[in-house]
Every structure is written in C-alpha cells, then in structure tokens.
Ligand binder design. Sequence first.
Ligand SMILES: [Zn+2]
Length: 191
Amino acid sequence: MPAEFPDFRLGSVLATSFTGTLSERYGNPVERIPTPQRLVDWLAVNGLAVASCTSAQLELARELRESIHAAATAAAMQEALPASPVRVINDRSAQGRAAAVLTPDGSRRWQLSSPSSVEDALGVIAADAISIIAGERDGRLALCASPTCRAAFFDTSQSRTRKWCDMNTCGNRQKKARFIAKQRTNPEPAK
Ligand SMILES: [Zn+2]
C-alpha cells in the first residue's frame, strides 16, 4: 500500500464505513479514496471486489458518499430527509445488479454482475444506507461528538451511548485534548 495514501477506517457497518472514507469534514478533510485505484482497494477490503474503476465512477462514488452523509445526518438529527441526496441514494440502489448469495459455510456474500462494476458495488452500499436510515436495523444513527468530524455513525452498543464515530481516532483525540486541558488548569502534579 503506497504510504502517501491515508489508511482506511474499517467499521462493521458498510454504509457508514463508506462515508468514513472522508473524515474531518469540518476540520481539515482527509480524503481516503483520492484515486480510482483506492476506491477499488476499499471495495475489495469490504467484500465488493471490482475489476476496475474510472474517474467518472469515482465521482459517482463520492456523490453517493456525500448523499449518504447528508441523509444519515438528517436522520440522526430527526430532521426531514433532504430530497436531492435521497434521489442519489435511490438511483444508485436501483442501478446496482448485485445479488446476495449464501456461501457453503453459511455466510452472506455479495455477487456482483460480471464483469463486476463499481455501479453494482455502489448499489450494495446504497441499499445498506437505506436499511440504516429507514431504521430497519438494530442500532441508532448518531453524530460524532468531535466538532471537526460530526460523522454520522451507526451505534450498535447495548446502551446506545457511543459518542465517537471511531474510538481510535476521534475518541482518542478527544481524550488527549481533555487530558491536556486538565494539565493546563492543574499545572502542579497531583500529590
Ligand atoms: Zn468522528
């Protein structure tokens, strides 16, 4: 993996892992799929291997990503869903031709049409977003408490009190910031 590309954040929920390929939307945004090849890599890691990706397909993917982000944010805030992002999500979902197939060991895998296309993969992601935003799955849509992030994430914790989109980045940073602030107010070491 070339060092100049930011790492992927891996999550258990496909749609919000996808929106997490852009992070720090309200700070210094980090684009984790800067090239078509990086989208191919991301899809492969998430069980949606495709043969190739063009710049136009990458644009389509980013449009879907920001549409999911907008619709999921509205849903998390219990606001009306924005019309144009919903249209994009529905279009991508309708144009995908992936099929769910059962593997011999009893798990679900996505079979993309042949030759497997980015459009099929985006259809799977769009359908995943729809199931979350529609409230069909066990969990709660919430917004990351980090003011520079505000990513919509899907909280499946028992208590539904998760605050950060990602414990290793946003959660950790916040913990460190609190620690530093505490050090400033109490410069003397505790006795
Ligand atoms: Zn976050």
